[in-house]
Design a protein around this ligand. Sequence first.
Ligand SMILES: *Cc1c(COP(=O)(O)O)cnc(C)c1O
Length: 369
Amino acid sequence: MTHPFLDLAPLSAAHFAEIEDRVARLLSTEQDVVIMQGEALLPLEGAIRGAAGPGTTALNVITGPYGQTFGDWLRDCGATVIDLAVPFHTAVTASQVREAFAAHPSIDFVSLVHAEAATGNTNPVAEIGDVVREHGALFYLDAVASIGAEPVLPDAWGVDLCVIGAQKAMGGPAGVSAVSVSERAWARMADNPAAPRRSYLSLLDWKQRWIDGGRKALLHAPAQLEMLALEACVERIEAEGPAAVMARHASAAAATRAGALALGGGLEPYVYEAADAAPVATTLRAPSGIDAAELVARALAADPVLPLAAGGGALAKEMIRVNHYGPDATRGVVRVCLTALGSALGELGVAVDLEAAGRAVGDVWGTGA
Ligand SMILES: *Cc1c(COP(=O)(O)O)cnc(C)c1O
């Protein structure tokens, strides 16, 4: 009796290294790529604890909930943390980062989230990378929500630690993740007495025992199911072509914004400027007097598989998320999401124009506007 995901052979070191190389190609990076056997929080936390310590002055950019978490880890490591928080309906600018360096010349570490699925914004990493490079600081980037939906180019942008996960636009599993590590970042970790060593959080262990040994012997049995799924989702992106996959995500975001406005009734994009809006997920602001969580619950009652969610925590009252993860970044899915939201608004007594929303999606799809 064979089963598609039971009784799997162990994943070989050679196969593991091959998957790492494939992820490196997806990131267009020459840096070392380490695949971590856990959800993206594993390399996100491991990279901060490895690179930051009491001697670190960190600029922590907060454009959503993850920035808050990174600040907590950095403080926990003993780093001096300068928080740069911007409202969740916008993105941080390179000049804000430049001003932070001017005010605090001792900054030697910058943490940034590329795109935030939770708030729907995306930050101009290339421009920020120029500023970080001018000042020689180490650049840490959470690209979990951007990978697959928009370009993620650690080498071109001067990112020293770039973390990705498979569970958003890659349409893969949540149990595996990866980080690209520059030579500078390895050196910073090696010099950090507090960096995790002989620990599941340790990136240095992978450097010393896996990479420096020529990637011949794995540290432990890899999660083969997740590794095979990661390989499959990179393969799928390669087959469609990364540019086409990213164009689909951009179209989904543009069409959702336009469709929501055309629907009317007071539904609006949560992120004001389209340029600041993430291709991976579009956040919408519920009409005043309408509870976003209730609206989403009604829409999901009609069709439970739609990629809709209310905002997390305090945002649950006002924010609606339309996720465009991987296969959901299609005109059809965007259309049914808007129809479901429109119908739910109609049930709540808000006048909406479903036909206009459908037309707007059709008009905008593919223009990336
Ligand atoms: C989704 C996401 C993660 C991964 O966290 P989960 O909540 O476990 O999915 C990390 N960072 C960002 C910016 C994300 O959007």
